[in-house]
Design a protein. Sequence first.
Lengths: 235, 344
Amino acid sequence: MSSLRIDDLCVSYGGVSALRHVSLHVEQGEAIALLGANGAGKSSLLRAISGLVCSSGSIAFDGVLLGGRPAASIARLGIGHVPEGRRLFARMTVRENLALGCWDIGATDERMQGVFALFERLRERADQVAGSLSGGEQQMVALGRALMGSPRLLLLDEPSLGLAPQVIAMIFARLGEIHARGTTMIVVEQNARAALSFASRAYVLENGQVVRSGNADDLANDPTIIDAYLGGVIE
Amino acid sequence: MIYAYAALAIVAAVLIDRFPSPRLRRIVIVALAIPLLLVPLIDPSEATRNLLADASIYVALALGLNIVVGFAGLLDLGYAAFFAIGAYAYGMLASPQFGLHIPFWVILLLAGPLAALFGMILGAPTLRLRGDYLAIVTLGFGEIVPQIFQNLTAYTGGPNGIPGLDVPSFFGKSFGASALPFYYLALALVALAIFIAGNLRASRLGRAWLAIRDDELAAKHAGIDTTRAKLAAFAIGASFSGCAGVLFAAKLGLVSPDLFGFQVSVLIVSMLVLGGMGNLSGVVIGSLVLTMLNSAILPQANMLAATLLHVHVDLSQYHFAIYGVILVAMMLWRPSGLIARRAR
């Protein structure tokens, strides 16, 4: 059974349609990438899964239909969402930010230590205000906050946004570790190269529709994809 | 003497967040609270007691609104509506209006849940609104409620309100004409409000409120049930206002719609802005300063102007102008209030 199955999903914002009849599936333990230009509908797709925007069509997570459920109840089912631009609570400490990631079940020390084990840097920064952290550290907090709820499916919206190449490599290495533990993932990325080398499959969105899908390696070597998303043909 | 104490209390409140140990902080708070119990005994004038009782009721109101505006970040400009609901509950249930003479204490206990219910009724349709839009809807609610009380003449006495409310009694002993019992009751309500607000702030619900205040979308992303948290803020905030309303009505002995207009909502918001939203000692100080300004400082200034300058003015007439100047000055120089939230 697929972990996530989306059929005929449509999202529109006041008459402007952001997603049109999107269907896709993610298998248990798989990591997939969503590629596309700005405004292609990548973030809208993640927001529809999380219940943050209204959508039509069907989204099923482990056989449970998500349509009409409020965002908090979807999070409780085991879907963690790392939002675009991190959206931390800037005036709260790292620890408080993390605790809010499993607000409904209560933050245990065990969960907190799990995040600190993954990101040692955050242990040192635990009592600092999140707004004072560097971009990379903030991304770690955003990831950690989503992990606090022990998600089975992790939605990552541009985890590389605004980060230095070295930091991006580190973030993806950690994502690899999380994935290796069996967490299913959907990664939205502008940085198509990083996303395609991380994911096993990918979907390409254009104007709210899936225009291509397939094996990540095949897509990474596809001339049209290289031309559109990987900065031209490498000779 | 009261002014000396007030000045001392304000200085202490400004400094209190800088005190290193929480224990020392607690000792100072207790030391400051004791004179509050004794002040009316030291100064036996009824005017002082009345002033203190009113000030305490306003502090309780401000603490309630602080939960909605200061903690959850939901700008509520119709908060006086719940004050009116509490007051009218007492007015209708403990007066000759319907011949119902339900005991004061029963109504005081019921006013909290009743106002909380109305808080949720107002909160439910505004859940999707934010900032200015929320403010406009709550403003409307604040206008509608006194209007309803004014127009339901058969039940509420219309524009004249309901006079001759029952004088409460405590174990058979009537409160009499003195404001003193109301002062102590209001003080107890304030203490309860501080206790509840302080504990809520540190609770899971409190953290959810702060998260919603900082970034509602991020709170949703993190899986926080924003609907429940916002409704809880409206309900809990309103319940303080309802209880304060019962006290207010019983003390005054009458209710009328003009007592709960827009000015009251604005006054309470001003108290929060002046003191510092989200900060309990700030809220207390802000509400004390504004109440004192209105009922003690301005009359004193009138007298001073008359004796020293031989000018006869009534500065109380200009109190809204003075609030306005204070608010503008605050926005310019101390936008986070007299007592800003502790920066970490």
